[in-house]
Design a protein around this ligand. Structure first.
Ligand code: FAD
Length: 412
């Protein structure tokens, strides 16, 4: 059996490793658009940017994997009838089973001034190296977009002593966690010296007359922000163009059943940021998450599932899990906080620095957000395989606290 994986990053690598571990002895081909062997992205906005890690530290170990790597090669098309992946160089790869793991790329600003020097996005190793070099001589950084990457870069830049302005059309940073928690994140950034401009959007970037270097930005409320470096952190665009015309269901990720099998083709599976998979916490609706742990889990499962017939495949059931590090806060989230109508504190440390909040939809807890309460997360992850009434979760929590002796005091 010839197994082809398109996408040589986290989920693609985990799929290849899992397939070999599960006994796949046939050909294993991994096609990757980037010239590198797989590396991990979380440090790119944190340790690498702060100078605490070097480029080689982000490499993911590839073990003694017997893989034919096709790196620096983009897949440009998929012919399902002939089971061929078309390549940029005009070649083709035949597959018996295919795993799609092509993830996302950074969304770009396409308004005036987007082409100026000093305007960055952050997704790849090259992006991180370029931004790190730029920050070394930056006086004021403008971060456009207060999502996870924008907030992490703002925090990293502050640790380097760079002045930071962060703008977002939303009323608070980290929108998926809702407004109540959003106020805390806003305060956290202000406490660390970030100037937040919430509400107006970016209209245009401009340079000084006769210069190709960015000097600032004009916002939709008519105000301006001076900046000699700009990070556009407006989210991600899915790498699905190569699947256009393939007949796969794209919604817009690759629509899959719970076993990560394409809804249109049992020989094709998807994993990681690109996969759109039914989630119990979303009432069975398909969700796509851009989280490291989910990408790793998807990869492992897709690699195993690709080796067996569709009716022998197992489902992905673990709730989504995500972490982000900003200043001295480790923020972790489980489930689907973006679906919640409100959040409610479940646990709070006496000094208020550590807490766990439930993200609630109707009576049901659909997600949990924790700050500096890492040891509590394993319990919540087990407890939240499916949506649970808030009252039931609180009762179960009370019992766990008594037996485990939680590091975080229960809410009075
Ligand atoms: C700066 C940064 C920080 C992050 N920090 C965190 C964090 O703290 N916590 C967390 O949970 N998550 C974090 N993430 C998210 C996490 O890294 C992603 O969820 C994870 O990388 C997804 O892995 P993937 O393999 O699905 O996709 P990707 O990592 O996007 O990899 C897809 C690969 O496919 C390649 N590709 C695309 N199109 C083609 C094609 N047509 N042909 C061949 N190859 C192709 C791409 O070049 C890429 O190498 C962060 C992401 C970034 C960018």
């Amino acid at each position: 059996m010839r197994l082809v994986i398109v996408g040589a990053s986290l989920s693609g690598l985990r799929a290849a490793q899992a397939a070999r571990r599960a006994g796949h002895e046939g050909e294993l081909i991994v096609i990757g658009a980037e010239p590198h062997l797989p590396y991990t992205r979380p440090p790119l906005s944190k340790e690498l940017l702060q100078g605490k890690q070097e480029i080689e530290d982000s490499a993911l170990p590839v073990d003694e994997l017997d893989v034919q790597w096709r790196l620096g090669t983009e897949a440009t098309g998929l012919d399902r009838t002939r089971r061929r992946v078309r390549l940029q160089d005009g070649g083709e790869e035949h597959y018996d089973r295919l795993i799609i793991a092509t993830g996302c790329r950074a969304r770009r600003f396409d308004g005036p001034g987007a082409h100026l020097d000093g305007v960055h996005t952050l997704r790849t190793l090259e992006d991180a190296v370029a931004l790190r070099a730029a920050l070394a001589s930056t006086r004021r950084l403008l971060v456009v977009g207060a999502g996870f990457i924008g907030c992490e870069v703002a925090a990293s830049a502050r640790s380097l002593g760079v002045e930071v302005t962060m703008v977002d059309i939303a009323s608070h940073p980290l929108v998926p966690f809702g407004p109540a928690l959003g106020k805390r994140w806003a305060q956290m950034h202000r406490d660390h010296g970030v100037e937040l401009r919430l509400g107006p959007g970016l209209e245009a970037l401009y340079g000084d007359t006769g210069s190709e270097r960015v000097a600032g930005a004009r916002l939709s409320d008519g105000t301006s922000v001076e900046a000699d470096t700009v990070l556009i952190a407006l989210g991600a665009t899915l790498n699905t163009e190569w699947l256009t015309g393939s007949g796969l269901e794209l919604d817009p990720g690759v629509a899959c059943d719970p076993t990560l099998t394409s809804t249109r083709d049992p020989e094709i599976l998807a994993a990681g940021d690109i996969a759109s998979v039914p989630a119990a916490l979303a009432g069975g609706a398909r969700v796509r998450v851009e989280h490291w742990t989910t990408a790793a889990e998807h990869g492992q499962l897709a690699g195993r599932n690709a080796l067996v017939a569709h009716d022998e495949r197992t489902a992905h059931t673990a709730p989504p899990y995500f972490w982000t590090d900003q200043y001295d806060a480790k923020i972790q989230a489980l489930g689907c906080p973006a679906l919640a109508e409100h959040s409610e504190l479940l646990e709070l440390s006496p000094d208020g620095g550590r807490f766990v909040a439930a993200c609630v939809q109707g009576r049901l807890v659909v997600g949990v957000v924790a700050v500096n309460a890492a040891r509590r997360l394993a319990w919540y992850r087990r407890a939240l395989q499916t949506p649970r009434p808030l009252t039931e979760l609180k009762e179960a929590l009370a019992q766990e606290d008594a037996t485990l002796g939680s590091p975080v005091g229960a809410m009075p």
